[in-house]
Design a binder for this molecule. Sequence first.
Ligand code: AMP
Length: 456
Amino acid sequence: MCGIFGISGHDSAAVLTHLGLYSLQHRGQESAGIIASDNGRGTSLRAMGMLGDAFSPEALKGLAGRTALGHTRYSTAGASTIENAQPSLVQFRGGHIGLAHNGNLTNATELRQALEGSGSIFSSTMDSEVIVHRLARAHSKQPERQLAEALQGIEGAYSLLVLINDTLLAARDPNGWRPLAMGTLNGATVFASETCALDIVGATYVRDVEPGEIIAVDATGIRTLQLERATPLHRCVFEHVYFARPDSRVFGGSVDGARRALGRQLAIEHPAPGADFVFAVPDSSNAAALGFSVQSGLPLEHALIRNHYVGRTFIQPTQQGRDAKVKVKYNPVREILAGKSVVMVDDSIVRGTTTRGLVALVRAAGAREVHMRVSSPPIIGPCWYGIDTPDKKELIAANMSIDQVAQHIGVDSLGYISLDGMLGAVPDGPTGFCDSCFSGNYPTAAPTIASKQRMG
Ligand code: AMP
């Protein structure tokens, strides 16, 4: 997964992009980058790691121009290396092209092979690079038409910010898998994966970039091009469940509102009568636990404390990194848990590694009974569209029954929200969402080889 941010028409474009990316850090912590464009001259900065470490204020000064775009990366296609950090910036016969991509293309292997067959040389292992090559080869004169031409035949998920010389382009795939919002700031146009990044720079939300839409912004104004739009849409429901920040609106709906509704629905489907209180696995489940508490009437407690100086457990690309971090990241509050029957709410169980570790911590702190409630259904398949869910063999619910999962993680009871319950709870549901990792219904053909293996 990744976060993207772009701005056109502002004297402090690069500085604001840097600021905006801070609010998208949760979408990717492996690398970050910013490019700016100044009268046809493009400059770029890319670095491994989180934003605070990645760029100095001096380095940002080198990024001149009224147009900029940036990216925070969490590798789903391509290894975690500086060559694969985005945005990419390349020179071509028509000037320069910059690109920041959120999502996963499902036919990137075939597209890449075709391009290599006709002489293209790739400088990264990312799926996104095929779009750059296709842009460079497109014949259309207008930047938005050039992008439309390049996107023809590309399948899978993309929310894109593209720079062609001084024109900033924003685009979303016809299925609308990944979010992309548009805002305005003192006459400048801003785009961001989530509205929390508009808030941090002081921009006002205008609307979402529509699925299948391309928006072009330059000194002459704003132009839009609406390409085909899928029916139904496949907006990623996991953005609401887990990925996005609760202070954001994604797909036009409040993430906080979605999570509270998920928690309420979970309490209806799987109440825990007799429990003393409910608590969240912070932070992504806070709102769901609140919803569970309101619906069930059980008090909400803070029984697990999260160390904020450690990144998201899962965002570590290797299993070793993930394991070591569970204990570093969470600590139970013994005084609250001792002797109690408790409901632990989390938004998802993926491998079960974190959950099992957490249940052990909660029991060691003295909890008498642990009832686990999960605000998404069992994950039975990998995501092909940009979330780094592992292969089926590592997905606990793909390999065990719910009772076996309960045993494995060591809880007294386990309840997952139903698929219909989840889809009915999110804003603008129940249709128009991608639920392939929960239902096994994938709207596209499988990527030829899992992208991480292929590219990494
Ligand atoms: P586990 O018990 O190892 O399956 O980990 C479950 C935890 O991972 C939950 O607390 C989720 O909030 C979190 N999680 C779920 N999906 C992801 C993801 N794609 N990236 C990062 N964390 C995730």
